[in-house]
Design a protein around this ligand. Structure first.
Ligand SMILES: [Fe+2]
Length: 291
C-alpha cells in the first residue's frame, strides 16, 4: 500500500487530454486551472440564481446541513452546456473510463453551495453509490468534476482529496495527513475518478463557496441524478444532439435503453419509426457480453 503523501497534479488551460488522463490514472485526480472564462461562470450563476434561492439545505451530514445542492443544470441553464460538454473533459472521460464501453453519459449535474460554518463532508468514494459494488481495481466506471464558481481556498472549503487513493484499500479513508485541498482560481476544474477518496471541505470563511459538480458514468450504469425526469423529453427535444446523448437519450450499449417497439431514444425524440433494431443504428454489438 502506498501511504506516502502525494501532490495534486496541476495543469494550465492548454493541457492535453493525454496529460490529464495520465494524471488521473496515476494520482486519481488533477486540477486544470482557468479552463473556463470567468464570464461563462457568471452566466451560469445568473441562470441558476433563482433555483439556488429556492433550494433547501441538506437533511443530513453527508448532504451538508448548511449546504444547498441544486440540480437539473442542463434543463435550467443553457450556460451549463459549455461545462457539461467541455471537449477536454469529454476527451478525458473517453480515455479514462473502461475502454470496452459503448458510451458514457452524465451521472449528475449539481451546484454545491457550502454555507459559512459548514463542517467538512465525510471522506468517501463516489462509486459507492452502486451499492459499493466491487468493480475490479483497475476499472474506472466514473469520472467526477468540480468547477470553481469562485476562487476555491483552504479556508472556504476547497474539495479535499487523497491523491493516489484510487488504487488503495479503504484503510486510506483514515489518512487525513495525506489530504490535499483543490485550491484553484475561479473557472478552474478539479477532476477525480469514482475510486478516489475525497470530500467537500469545511467552510471557515464568512461567504458561501459554490462548486459545479458534473459527473460522468459508463452508459450501462444507472445515473445518480434521474436525467429523464430532470430533463424530460419535451426539453430534451430542444437540445443539441451531443447534449441529448450526454443526458442519456442514447443507447447505453447493445439492446440497453431502447423505447417501446425497439426504437432508439434518438428516434423517439425525433418522432420517427426507427430501425426496430437492438443496435438501433448507433451502437455496435459487443461480443464480449456473450462471455
Ligand atoms: Fe463525492
Amino acid at each position: 500500500m502506498n501511504a506516502a503523501a502525494m501532490d495534486m497534479p496541476r495543469f494550465g488551460k492548454d493541457a492535453t487530454v493525454e496529460e490529464v488522463s495520465e494524471a488521473l490514472r496515476t494520482a486519481g485526480c488533477a486540477v486544470v486551472e482557468r479552463l473556463m472564462p470567468e464570464d461563462s461562470v457568471d452566466a451560469l450563476m445568473a441562470d441558476m440564481a433563482p433555483w439556488i434561492d429556492a433550494t433547501p439545505n441538506g437533511a443530513d451530514t453527508f448532504s451538508g446541513l448548511l449546504t444547498k445542492r441544486t440540480g437539473a443544470l442542463v434543463a435550467r441553464s443553457r450556460a451549463s452546456w459549455g461545462f457539461v460538454a467541455h471537449p477536454l473533459v469529454l476527451g478525458i472521460c473517453e480515455s479514462v473510463l473502461w475502454p470496452k464501453k459503448t458510451s458514457f453519459q452524465l451521472h449528475l449535474t449539481q451546484l454545491i453551495s457550502i454555507g459559512p460554518g459548514s463542517a467538512g463532508q465525510p471522506l468517501h468514494r463516489d462509486q459507492w453509490c452502486f451499492d459499493s459494488f466491487p468493480f475490479p481495481g483497475d476499472i474506472d466506471v466514473e469520472v467526477s468534476t468540480i468547477w470553481a464558481m469562485q476562487d476555491f481556498t483552504a479556508e472556504n472549503g476547497a474539495t479535499r482529496i487523497i491523491p493516489g487513493s484510487h488504487t488503495e484499500s479503504n484503510d486510506s479513508l483514515t489518512h487525513e495527513h495525506r489530504v490535499v485541498q483543490a485550491e484553484m482560481p475561479k473557472g478552474s476544474v478539479v477532476l477525480y475518478t469514482g475510486r478516489t477518496i475525497h470530500g467537500g471541505g469545511e467552510n471557515r470563511s464568512d461567504a458561501v463557496r459554490t462548486g459545479l459538480n458534473i459527473d460522468y458514468v459508463l452508459g450501462w450504469l444507472r445515473q445518480e441524478e434521474n436525467q429523464y425526469l430532470s430533463v424530460p423529453p419535451d426539453v430534451a427535444r430542444t437540445l443539441p444532439e451531443e447534449m441529448q446523448r450526454l443526458v442519456g437519450y442514447a443507447m447505453g450499449s447493445y439492446a440497453l435503453g431502447y423505447v417501446d417497439d425497439v426504437r432508439s431514444p434518438a428516434d423517439y425524440l425525433a418522432g420517427s419509426a426507427g430501425a426496430s433494431s437492438f443496435g438501433a443504428g448507433d451502437v455496435e454489438f459487443n461480443r464480449g457480453a456473450l462471455r
